[in-house]
Write a protein that binds this ligand. Structure first.
Ligand SMILES: N[C@@H](CCC(=O)N[C@@H](CS)C(=O)NCC(=O)O)C(=O)O
Length: 203
């Protein structure tokens, strides 16, 4: 098994944080994305989308998509459960993972990739107006989350889950995207600080 990892890039980090929470060690090949290593043969031959992370299994099967990779490890190592427990628990984790991915992670990513000069070669065409248009969407969703976090500790309930990992990565990604969590969102900040303090966040 080999995990092709992308260093500081957010999606590869999602998988690393997940593995750290599970206490799983996987052989990794570090791809230098700054040097466009993800466009080179080693990645392109395994993932025609030329994106990371990529997991190659011992029989040569390729898994891409960070959530699909995490689900694979969840099945192999069910504890601690990071995709929820029982019908309702799993559905709630799925709901919040998707809500956070589509309404927070993705707009932050659009803001970064469409505005930051370093992303000019990556995001073609780069449309700065689209990046700017996404910034208020981030703040709107944080307002929604702030209300949610007034009554529970984690994104999908009382237990830490993959939804919190996506949220952590999204909030950390706000820094290079130059979007700040407003101080008034005290519940979001409490949640963020608690998950950022977990040892897995250093992965
Ligand atoms: N939906 C994919 C997204 C993968 C992705 O976009 N990865 C980024 C790094 S965070 C990448 O490889 N970008 C390369 C590029 O845009 O050329 C996942 O969840 O893994």
């Amino acid at each position: 098994m080999m995990l092709f990892d992308g260093g500081r890039a957010p999606n590869p980090r999602r998988v690393r944080v997940f593995l750290a929470e599970k206490g799983i060690e996987v052989p990794m090949t570090s791809v230098d994305m700054g040097a466009m290593g993800h466009k080179a043969e080693a990645v392109a031959s395994r993932n025609p989308l030329r994106r990371l992370p990529v997991l190659e299994l011992d029989d040569g099967t390729i898994l891409t998509e960070s959530i699909a990779i995490c689900r694979y490890f969840e099945e192999l190592h069910p504890e601690p459960a990071l995709f929820g427990r029982g019908a309702l628990g799993r559905a709630l984790v799925e709901m919040w993972q998707r809500r956070i991915e589509f309404n927070l992670f993705q707009p932050v990513s659009f803001a970064f990739r469409h505005i930051h000069p370093a992303m000019k070669e990556w995001e073609v065409p780069q449309v700065p107006e689209w990046g700017e248009a996404n910034k208020p969407k981030v703040i709107d969703f944080l307002a929604l989350l702030d209300k949610e976090f007034s009554s529970r500790e984690f994104a999908a309930g009382d237990a830490f889950s993959i939804a919190d990992i996506t949220g952590l990565i999204a909030v950390d990604f706000m820094k290079p995207a130059r979007i700040v969590v407003p101080e008034e969102f005290a519940n979001v900040l409490r949640w963020y600080r608690s998950i950022a303090a977990r040892p897995s966040a250093a992965a």
